[in-house]
Design a protein around this ligand. Sequence first.
Ligand code: HEM
Length: 141
Amino acid sequence: MTSATDATPSIASPRSPRRPAARRSNFELYSWLFMRLSGLLLVVLVLGHLTIMLFLDDGVQRINFAFVAGRWASPFWQFWDLTMLWLAGLHGANGLRTVIDDYARKDGTRFWLKMLLAASMVLIIGLGTFVLFTFDPNIGS
Ligand code: HEM
């Protein structure tokens, strides 16, 4: 049994020292929130996309240049595909950023993997956006 006179044991602080105020930011909080919100929107966008492309009418059999041209004649589907492209790109890249932070052991490896990730994200999102805005349905004529 312990008596009231026992000294309270002292242990070292388990937390890492806090960073100076000037370097604190809410970036990781917003990035965490973005993953949840973009995930929710992606459920609707991706499941809608798959339903239209794979299940309705003849499904994948009917997809050709004319089908894509027909869909992209509508600003609604252009906006749908643009949003899906940007959200999937940013969500996927931000998720991989977390994976790199978790698993890359050396500073150099982490840095170069993130550079590669950023470059591929800019390329894929940039190229996709470019195609969406410059698509010419009369390319053959
Ligand atoms: C269909 C709708 C989707 C939902 C609901 C969803 C949801 C989520 C959520 C909530 C997280 C955070 C997990 C965590 O922090 O523990 C996450 C992480 C991630 N997501 Fe998605 N996501 C979806 C689509 C996608 C797509 C299309 C991609 C790829 C382009 C993707 C790639 C990733 C990656 C790489 C991670 C990081 C995994 C990790 O931290 O271990 N997700 N997703």
